[in-house]
Design a protein around this ligand. Sequence first.
Ligand code: ADP
Ligand code: MG
Length: 350
Amino acid sequence: MIEDKEQKRTSLNALGEFGLIDHLTKNFTIQHTSTLKGIGDDAAVLEFKDKMMVVSTDLLVEGVHFDLSYMPLRHLGYKAVMVNLSDIYAMNAVATQITVSVAVSNRFPLEALEELYDGIALACTKYNIDLVGGDTTSSKTGLFISVTAIGEVDKEDISYRSGAEAQDLLVVSGDLGGAFMGLQVLEREKEVFKVNPNNQPDLEPYTYIVERQLKPEARKDIVEILQLLGVKPTAMIDISDGLSSEILHLCKSSQVGCDVYEDKLPLDPTVISSSEEFKLNSTIAALSGGEDYELLFTINQKDFDKIKGNPNLTVIGYMTDASQGANLVARGGSKVPLTAQGWNSFSGED
Ligand code: ADP
Ligand code: MG
């Protein structure tokens, strides 16, 4: 093995493909009885008995979905798993297994992949997920990481995007706009660093929003809370692509309209203060910032008492007849059509 003792950069070539896979995956253990065979054969073998199985995949590309100049590899590994688990939870399912595929250029040493897998391992431990396979290959430039997540759900519990009905309440978990504002802070610091590499940024006041960007958590807890409360969402969707575009998806799939109230959108104080600092509109950050790994769902009004007062959940509006369209009711009371970018009256500013 060729090791550079000072920087500890072990060449990937030194290990070979099988040595590398073995090295990266040897500490992962299997937790679920549904995993009959994990890593080590031509395919993983899973058995879900009388449950339904849900599957989702995302591909993350360096320079497109992440920037390694401020994204530590450990966080990237963690986030790549979260991105996928979020889609499983959005089906009201329990995530059980993942596969992880990576393509790396030779500019990455073994130590970099170890960091990436540390983040993946942490996510697996925290969310009780079995790593059951993947693929490892080289790329000409940059890093690619693709995760496939698998989950299980009882047939009667599954939540599609298409089940919302007029009069249902529209509910969102957590708070909005944080990941987008965190990205603004990181991009600004990157520019400052380019000009003066000795400048040590003080990110302390922005901890919450920077973590929303770099270390998001998928909302496993929301699926558990809803189960506990005996609430089955009539429709559910993950809002990582932005709240307003996902509201529109939900409305379209369910063939309903909706009224969303601007003054109900849950915002962390840091999102409000940083929006002011960056001269951005916090409502736009909440509606179209994206990368908030939160769940958006609809419930029948009879379930309102069960969820009201829960600090994790906010009712932001209600569904209407499709003919009413999807609207934002602004603070002043005026109603404007929602667009994928936010809402119409601000489309010129986006
Ligand atoms: P194949 O020739 O069938 O593609 P590989 O030699 O690539 O098999 O993989 C051997 C085993 O290691 C398989 O179980 C595969 O799923 C697993 N594996 C390969 N790459 C990774 C990875 N990056 N992370 C986790 N498991 C992996
Ligand atoms: Mg392979």
